[in-house]
Design a protein around this ligand. Structure first.
Ligand SMILES: Nc1ncnc2c1ncn2[C@@H]1O[C@H](COP(=O)(O)OP(=O)(O)O)[C@@H](O)[C@H]1O
Ligand SMILES: [Mg+2]
Length: 379
């Protein structure tokens, strides 16, 4: 059974080798004709076909070697021909596919022919029995070597990613500090200066025996004090919203939804609490999405779901508005992306023209204390 299946692969690979030679020629022709646009059309067909054939070989290699080989391509942006083309060109696997396309047919045709011819003779059938598994395994290893990243390469990519997100995190923290500094400087500090001036003038008014004016100045001072307290509160809220500490992520998100002008339903099922920094990041992310919903979507209904499954916290914010949300068009969602990236999290957008808009925030994390948070109905 095993040997017959491997022989089946050998036959398939023999035919695919011929297709691959044609594909390689088309790559070269397409590449040469890019300057006159026809090449782009050819490449637009050749690239997906190459990936399809390479994936077929990955599947066969995975089966032969009894391992799993995940697809190594970088995820394509959902739309935009040129955006997709850029991703394909920047993906090193595209070029490894191309190299493989050049070498693999020779290896493939040789191995496949040996296996197939051996099967046909009576005496050689005996040899076929012993030779097929190691030959096909060697072929599979060859494919894996070119078509899949090795452990070292994967680790290198990971280090690269971590270096970038760490730099982002440092930038982000510095920006946060600057924002806090500005908030304190423009808000509470300015008010305290005014307060001190009012009190100084009131003191002078007492000395000149003008109690009415002194009283007025003290009244002003009290009003300024309340404003300063309000400013300080909002700064504190910006650091770690008290509602988050009191009611957890689900409760805090429900409170955000309640503040919206249109009905936003919240369906939260979290079997525990995420770590505090993750909670804050997701909370501010959802807050930004809701602000966008109110500002840009023109929606009549919104919905939020919060889930945790297999170590992945997922928040989805959806609306039935006009669609067309584009992180590249503003700063809000990009900020959320950077903030989430610090935790290996992502923000993805699905927002075709005409809607609906669905923003998905995902962060890998563990939950603490297995206690259920309540889920609230329509808000
Ligand atoms: N829910 C939504 N529905 C429709 N358009 C949206 C939605 N969210 C965002 N957008 C669009 O995407 C752009 C980028 O949003 P964002 O990154 O938050 O930047 P900002 O809100 O600062 O403009 C917005 O300017 C808006 O045009
Ligand atoms: Mg915004």
């Amino acid at each position: 059974m095993l040997r017959l299946r491997l022989t089946g692969y050998a036959v398939a690979q023999l035919f695919l080798s011929i297709v691959m030679i044609v594909l390689f020629v088309l790559w070269v022709v397409g590449g040469a004709l890019v300057v006159v646009w026809v090449g782009l059309v050819i490449l637009a067909g050749v690239v997906p076909t190459t990936r399809w054939i390479a994936n077929l070989h990955r599947t066969m290699a995975a089966d032969t070697l009894e391992v799993t080989l995940p697809s190594p391509y970088r995820p394509l942006p959902p739309e935009g021909f040129f955006a997709q083309a850029r991703t394909v060109l920047a993906d090193p696997m595209t070029w490894r596919d191309l190299l493989w396309l050049l070498v693999a047919p020779f290896v493939g045709i040789t191995v496949s022919l040996v296996v197939i011819i051996l099967l046909l003779g009576v005496v050689t059938g005996f040899i076929w029995w012993f030779v097929t598994p190691p030959l096909m395994q060697a072929r599979a290893r060859f494919d894996r070597m070119l078509l899949c990243y090795s452990r070292t390469e994967k680790l290198e990519q990971r280090v690269q990613e971590l270096t970038e997100t760490r730099a982002d995190l440092v930038d982000h923290s510095a920006a946060e500090l600057r924002r806090l500094e500005r908030d304190l400087h423009d808000g509470a500090q300015a008010r305290l200066v005014a307060l001190s001036m009012s009190l100084g003038m009131a003191e002078a008014a007492f000395d000149t025996e003008d109690p009415e004016q002194a009283r007025q100045l003290v009244r002003d001072a009290r009003a300024t004090t309340s404003a300063a307290i309000g400013d300080l509160r909002s700064v504190v809220r910006g650091i770690h919203p008290p509602v988050l500490a009191d009611r957890g992520l689900a409760g805090a998100v429900a409170a955000l939804a309640l503040d919206m002008a249109i009905p936003v339903t919240v369906d939260a099922r979290l079997p525990g609490r995420p770590p505090a920094p993750v909670e804050s990041a997701v909370y501010f992310g959802v807050a930004e999405c809701l602000a966008n919903l109110g500002k840009h979507s023109g929606a009549r209904n919104g919905w939020i779901t919060l889930r945790w499954h297999d170590g992945l916290l997922q928040a989805v914010v959806g609306d039935d508005g006009r669609g067309g949300a584009d992180p590249g068009a503003g700063t809000g969602m990009l900020g959320v992306m950077r903030r989430l990236a610090a935790f290996d999290g992502t923000l993805s957008v699905s927002s075709p023209a005409g809607g609906p808009t669905i923003i998905t925030l995902e962060v890998p994390c563990d939950l603490s204390s297995p206690k259920t948070t309540p889920s609230s109905g329509p808000a």
